[in-house]
Design a protein around this ligand. Structure first.
Ligand code: 15L
Length: 267
C-alpha cells in the first residue's frame, strides 16, 4: 500500500492519525473542506466538500487506500447529516469505485449501536441500534460499505470508533476509550491485511469495562496496547462533576441517547 488518502484530515482524529501514519505509507494525502493547520511544506492536500462528487473524485484520484473520517462527527440537524454523512459517504464510496481504489476504512461509530444497554456485551453480529441521526448515518455507511464490497470488490473495513483521546474522560469512556495508536493499528489492518473483504471492528482499546466483544479484530491480529482501567480514578472523579443523566447512563451511547429522548412518555 503506497498511496493513502485521509478524509476529514483537519479534524482531531485526522490530525492524530496523520502524525502516527506519517512514514508508514509513502504517499499520504490529506483532504478536508479546510486546510489542516499543521500541514508541513510538501504535504499533499486536496480541498474537497464531500457533498460534491466531482470534488471527491479529485481527492481520491490515484489512491489505493482511503481512510474515510470526513463528515459531521456528532449529532446534527437532518440537513447537516444528510449532506455530510449520507450524500458525503455515498460520494466517497462511488468516487473510490470509479477511481479503482482497492480499500476503504470507514470511520463508523459506537453511536450506530448506542441504544444497546450498557449491561449487554455485544459483538458485530447484532442488528444496529442507532442512538441519533448521526448514528443512523454511520449504520448507513456500514451498509454502503457492505454493498461496495459485495458488488464491486472493494475491501472495506468499518471501525465502530468509541472515543479517541489521550485517556478516558468519564465513566462511559472507561468502556469505549481507544488510544490513538490502537486506532491506527486497526486502520492498518483494514488497509493491509490480505484477508479483508468486509469487516466491522470496534475501535476500542483493551478496556476491562468494554461493552464490546472485539474478537473479530483479534482474529485479524489486533493487539491493543491501551488499558482504560489504568485511568479509572481520574475518569470517575471527572464523572462525579457531570450532571446526572439517568437515560444516558442506561445505554452505551450515553448522552446521544438521552438527547431528544421522549420514548417513556409514549409508553
Ligand atoms: C463519536 O462518534 C463522536 O465523533 C465523538 O465526538 C464522541 O462523541 C464519541 O462518539 C463518543 O461517543 O464519546
Amino acid at each position: 500500500m503506497q498511496n493513502v488518502l485521509i478524509t476529514g484530515a483537519a479534524g482531531d482524529i485526522g490530525t492524530r492519525l496523520r502524525k502516527i501514519l506519517r512514514g508508514v505509507y509513502p504517499h499520504l494525502r490529506a483532504s478536508d473542506v479546510r486546510k489542516p493547520a499543521d500541514l508541513a511544506a510538501g504535504d499533499d492536500f486536496i480541498a474537497a466538500d464531500l457533498a460534491d462528487l466531482a470534488q471527491v473524485e479529485k481527492a481520491v484520484a490515484g489512491m489505493e487506500g482511503v481512510i474515510h473520517l470526513g463528515g459531521h462527527s456528532v449529532e446534527g440537524s437532518w440537513e447537516t447529516i444528510l449532506n455530510a454523512n449520507i450524500i458525503g459517504c455515498y460520494n466517497l464510496f462511488e468516487a473510490a469505485r470509479r477511481a479503482g481504489v482497492k480499500r476503504v476504512v470507514f470511520a463508523s461509530s459506537n453511536h450506530a449501536i448506542g441504544f444497546y444497554p450498557r449491561s449487554q456485551r455485544i459483538g458485530v453480529d447484532v442488528r444496529v441500534r442507532p442512538d441519533s441521526r448521526y448514528g443512523v448515518s454511520k449504520a448507513f455507511g456500514e451498509a454502503l460499505g457492505s454493498l461496495y464490497a459485495d458488488k464491486h470488490g472493494l475491501r472495506v473495513t468499518c471501525l465502530r470508533i468509541g472515543n479517541v483521546a489521550d485517556m478516558p474522560v468519564d465513566e462511559r469512556r472507561l468502556s469505549i476509550w481507544v488510544k490513538p495508536e490502537d486506532l491506527a493499528q486497526l486502520m492498518r489492518i483494514g488497509l493491509e491485511h490480505p484477508d479483508i473483504h468486509f469487516e466491522i471492528f470496534y475501535g476500542v482499546s483493551d478496556n476491562a469495562a468494554s461493552f464490546w466483544d472485539n474478537s473479530r479484530a483479534a482474529h485479524f491480529g489486533y493487539q491493543p496496547q491501551g488499558r482504560g482501567e489504568e485511568y479509572r480514578e481520574a475518569a470517575m472523579a471527572a464523572q462525579a462533576k457531570l450532571p446526572p443523566d439517568p437515560i444516558g447512563a442506561r445505554y452505551q451511547g450515553g448522552p446521544f441517547c438521552s438527547a431528544e429522548y421522549d420514548a417513556d412518555k409514549r409508553r
